[in-house]
Ligand binder design. Structure first.
Ligand code: SAM
Length: 285
């Protein structure tokens, strides 16, 4: 099967992405390990330690252990948020760091909430879960464990302008229907001086041999593993195709700049594993 995404509308893409992540929520963590040979853990560890949450030595006049609000968008089952809390609370000894895990999909968030129960109580208290579309953070609602309701009355609050110190999105943004809208929202909610940081699959084409192996693995093995392990070939086929369609490192960096961010002297991004994944960062001036 081929999803033929070139011809689908934003609404159709949103519906398919919802279906994919509802289908994969339960098997998501196991599948990540199988599909990436555990590499996703290395990338996530590196991503979080490069941001060093809980420590802000570069902000003039600010206590390095000042309180921070981290917003983890498309946070899914909590992989980034849990690492952020560990780095901030344990490594940096800063308990005044709060992480909001936000995702459009309540099934993914529910798995995340269950996983969070094995964290220390102080870390659980510094976590919140909200359901929101990254393209419009003016409408969010807290995750409820009761049957999901979608009425307007449940939509409680907006993430305010200039309220977030660090915005993270890992392996999420390629699924968004309208990436520029999500980048504008990131810019709106961040404080001046706040950082946008994205970890995403990218292009490994600077290394032809690596690229060939990687493509073979992606297009042949991943849908098959999806079928055998998760009983769902189509969802994993979608994941592979969504990586293929995502812009190059440079084009994505340009989109970040277009949204009003300034990027560092490294050109705004860093390749991981030869570009199989990349980290992009921007600061709101
Ligand atoms: N960040 C987690 C991680 O690194 O393990 C989860 C990544 S998972 C591959 C992608 C997530 O993006 C899913 O949980 C999905 O529901 C979420 N997502 C897709 N479209 C979204 C949107 N428009 N707004 C917010 N989240 C979205």
């Amino acid at each position: 099967t081929h999803f033929g995404f070139e011809t689908v509308t934003e609404a159709e893409k949103r519906e398919r992405v919802a279906e994919v992540f509802t289908n994969v929520a339960e098997s998501y963590d196991r599948m990540n390990d199988l599909m990436s040979f555990g590499w996703h853990r290395v990338w996530k560890d590196y991503f979080v330690s490069s941001l060093n949450p809980g420590f802000s030595p570069l902000t003039p006049g600010l206590d390095p252990r000042a309180p921070q609000h981290i917003l983890d968008i498309a946070g899914g089952t909590g992989d980034i948020a849990f690492r952020m809390l560990h780095n901030a609370h344990i490594v940096n000894g800063n308990p005044d760091v709060h992480v909001t895990i936000s995702d459009i999909n309540p099934a993914m968030l529910t798995v995340g909430k269950q996983r969070s129960r094995s964290l220390p109580a102080s870390q659980q208290a510094a976590l919140s879960f909200v359901e929101a579309n990254a393209e419009d953070l003016t409408k969010t609602k807290p995750l409820s464990m009761s049957p999901p309701s979608t009425t307007e009355a449940d939509i409680t609050s907006a993430i305010p302008d200039n309220s977030v110190d660090l915005y993270t999105v890992a392996f999420g943004i390629r699924n968004f229907s309208n990436i520029p809208a999500a980048l504008r929202e990131a810019h709106r909610v961040l404080k001046p001086g706040g950082v946008f940081a994205c970890l995403e699959f990218s292009k490994a084409d600077k290394f032809p041999l690596l690229n060939t192996i990687y493509k073979e693995w992606s297009f042949r093995a991943i849908p098959l593993i999806g079928q055998l392990v998760a009983g769902d070939r189509d969802s994993y086929q979608y994941l592979v195709e969504s990586i293929e369609r995502f812009p190059t490192q440079e084009d994505f960096r340009d989109m970040i700049v277009d949204a009003g961010f300034v990027v560092g002297s490294n050109g705004g991004y860093e390749d991981l594993t030869g570009g199989v994944a990349a980290i992009h960062k921007g600061m709101k001036p």
